[in-house]
Design a protein around this ligand. Structure first.
Ligand SMILES: Cc1cc2nc3c(=O)[nH]c(=O)nc-3n(C[C@H](O)[C@H](O)[C@H](O)COP(=O)(O)O)c2cc1C
Length: 212
């Protein structure tokens, strides 16, 4: 009897810790006083491809993801404009533990899958694996209805805007990044269980610069 109770207790405990690991992570609200002045961020913006072995704090993550495409108005609009406000760009975080999705409406991270899949983002550019995480911009083309050449162009522009927000936020916050189009797009879409009307467009590995 006691043995059965112990086993049941162990099962309950392990599923609880699994739940804790897989549940949403609430991010700290963006600190509006963080970082440099805007013009200084433009002056500092550059592609950096050497990353130190150092993680970001949760506050840094909150600041960065909010700057990338967080909600900045009561009506649900974002720091990143989008074609007809479709908000079709979905932002995924690939880190050493797994993949999660940034949800602007709740300023939180939703767990998607366990495992280190940064290699799919690197796609042969090994420096990407040194960055603690990569942010991947994936367009949900269902928002456009008709997926034609113009819709793909608009989605690419929108992804580029999010990517540039990330680059400027990194420059202002003392972080390192590089905008990239290279990645194993089809494998990423399949890993995340997304329908084939999603397109992986851009990514930004992020971390701290490794200075020589
Ligand atoms: C659309 C786009 C795609 C890019 N793709 C890659 C890439 O796959 N790999 C990479 O190392 N850099 C990539 N870059 C970074 C450019 O090489 C870099 O921005 C350019 O050399 C200018 O350097 P700077 O960013 O320091 O001004 C890309 C940049 C853009 C805008």
């Amino acid at each position: 009897m006691i043995k059965r109770l112990l086993i049941l207790g162990a099962i309950a405990f392990s599923s609880l810790s699994l739940m804790a690991e897989n549940s949403d992570i609430a991010l700290p609200a963006a600190d509006m006083t963080a970082g440099t002045e805007m013009m200084e961020a433009f002056a500092q913006r550059k592609s950096i491809r050497k990353f130190a072995d150092r993680e970001l704090s949760l506050q840094d993550m909150g600041n960065l993801l909010w700057a990338a495409m967080g909600q900045n108005r009561q009506d649900g609009r974002l720091t990143a404009p989008s074609c007809r406000n479709f908000q079709e760009i979905r932002l995924f975080v690939f880190d050493r533990k797994g993949v999660s999705e940034y949800l602007p409406a709740t300023h939180s991270l939703r767990h998607v899958v366990d495992g280190d899949y940064r290699n799919l983002v690197a796609a042969g550019q090994d420096f990407v694996n040194d960055a603690p995480f990569s942010l991947v911009m994936i367009a949900d083309m269902t928002k456009f209805g008709n997926v034609d050449e113009r819709a793909i162009m608009m989605a690419s522009v929108d992804a580029g805007i999010v990517s540039e927000n990330i680059s400027l936020a990194c420059a202002g916050l003392g972080l390192a990044t590089v905008p990239r189009a290279t990645m194993k797009s089809a494998e990423i879409i399949s890993l995340l269980g997304l329908a084939d009307n999603h397109i992986a467009i851009m990514n930004n590995p992020v971390g701290f610069e490794q200075k020589d």
